[in-house]
Write a protein that binds this ligand. Structure first.
Ligand code: IFM
Length: 445
């Protein structure tokens, strides 16, 4: 049987983030982040998580066993700058220094995210993302990280999914800091995220021309429910609102023109030079894509005249309630490639939460996850045939971990974590991933 080949120049890895796996929240000088004080739905917190801070060597050995080429992880800002004076906490960065060396000695490339939502509490007390001062503060932090790790870490991501940090954190309140602000403030919060991204790109450029940098975005992808002209136009409008709002500033240096019609007096607080900073060219784009969106025209919906109608389609769903429909990746990536020319694209997260069960021997048979991964990776690789420059894929996640407001209830890992004993067990999907990486073939078992 012919299995699809994984091209030699296509990077295969896995991803995690600091607060979701590290634990050790008060070790070596770390102070709380906004997530340490956020009330999750079931009361879980990241105090211990996967205890990765103490078990990183075991975890890197697992990555080596899986044959990962690259590992994407994030740095915890409150470990590096525990206090508002931003004096560098050397023991905090020492941890990442050890981790990077361990990865390199296992022949795994470290791909580092500077910010994956764990904002220092001291920064939140100064207004957090609502305060433009965060941009300078982020720059200080980025410079310190680069100074310590930039000799060995060649690939940097600025912000992870700023949409979640901005919208879930400040509009719906589902994420820390749990605020529900009016639109005017949301626009400010979004703008400050974009500026922080820009300043981090600038920091990387000033540090060395040898390093590569880009953002990690997670646009909601609205596809038309039908091929009617009305639904297609409705999907275009939804695209502008959900994708354009972030991509146009980053890749065209301006917010979508429609914003001023829709939101009237509430405009982003743009100052001179902001759009140049936000749109500084990047080396690649990271995309975290898990599920499709579907919309249709609805005349009564003001001001956009579309409605989210995914519920009308009977597609399989993961434990997150997210619908599964791999072809949405083609729609998403082709359009992003065509509209914004972002350069090389990496899928920096993709995967699924499932109700994993251990059998009597402690094994997890997660064929469903394996199929999810296979069908999505297949899409990403085939897009190269039509000229979309996809360069790699990071499975989310290496380990089961703290899934934000849902705590430990949702398991996304290739590797099962027993939270009582911290024992790690390769799931069936991890063994499948290992076989695929070893032979550079996407096996369908
Ligand atoms: O766990 C998260 C991750 O932190 C960011 N992207 C989505 C994942 C699954 O919800």
């Amino acid at each position: 049987m012919n299995f699809r080949k994984i091209p030699d120049d296509f990077l295969m890895g896995a991803a995690t983030s600091a607060y979701q796996i590290e634990g050790a929240v008060d070790k070596d000088g770390r102070t709380p982040s906004i997530w340490d004080v956020f009330q999750t739905l079931n009361g879980d917190n990241g105090d211990e998580a996967c205890d990765h801070y103490n078990r990183y060597q075991e975890d890197v050995a697992i990555m080596r066993d899986l044959g990962l080429q690259a590992y994407r992880f994030s740095l915890a800002w409150p470990r590096v700058n525990p206090t508002a004076d931003q004096s560098l906490n050397k023991p905090g960065l020492d941890f990442y220094d050890r981790l990077v060396d361990e990865l390199l000695s296992a022949d795994i490339e470290p791909w580092v995210t500077m910010f994956h939502w764990d904002l220092p509490l001291w920064m939140q007390e100064k207004g957090g993302w609502q305060n433009r001062e965060i941009v300078e503060r982020f720059r200080v932090y980025a410079d310190q990280c680069l100074a310590r790790l930039g000799d060995r870490v060649k690939h940097w991501f600025t912000l992870n999914e700023p949409w979640c940090s901005a919208i879930l954190g400040h509009q719906t309140g589902e994420h820390a800091p749990g605020l529900q602000l009016p639109l005017k403030d949301i626009l400010k919060v979004v703008h400050n995220h974009l500026l922080a991204h820009g300043t981090a790109v600038e920091a990387v450029r000033e540090f060395s021309s040898e390093l590569k940098v880009g953002p990690v975005l997670n646009p909601w992808i609205p596809m038309p429910l039908t091929h009617s002209e009305e639904d297609i136009l409705a999907a275009d409008t939804a695209w502008t609102e959900h994708v354009g709002w972030w991509f146009e500033p980053l890749y065209k240096g301006e917010y979508p023109a429609q914003i001023s019609q829709w939101w009237e007096s509430d405009l982003p607080p743009v100052e001179e030079g902001d759009m140049e900073l936000i749109s500084r060219p990047c080396d690649f784009l990271g995309l975290n894509l898990y599920f499709p969106g579907f919309v249709r025209f609805k005349a009564e919906e003001s001001p956009h005249q579309y409605e989210d109608c995914g519920k009308l389609l009977d597609l399989p769903r993961t434990e997150m309630g997210w619908q599964v429909y791999p072809p949405f990746l083609s729609y998403a990536l082709e359009r992003i490639h065509r509209f914004y020319s972002p350069g090389p694209i990496y899928i920096t997260e993709n995967g699924c939460a499932l109700p994993d069960r251990c059998d009597e021997l402690g094994q997890v048979h997660d064929r469903w996850r394996q199929e999810y991964l296979r069908t999505h990776i297949e899409q990403v690789i085939s897009l190269r045939d039509v000229g979309v420059d996809t360069r790699g894929y990071f499975a989310w996640s290496l380990l089961d971990n703290f899934e934000w407001q849902y705590g430990y209830e949702k398991r996304f890992g290739l590797v099962r974590v027993d939270y009582e004993t911290q024992e790690r067990t390769l799931k069936g999907s991890a063994k499948w991933y290992r076989a695929c990486l070893a032979d550079r073939k996407l096996y369908a078992f």
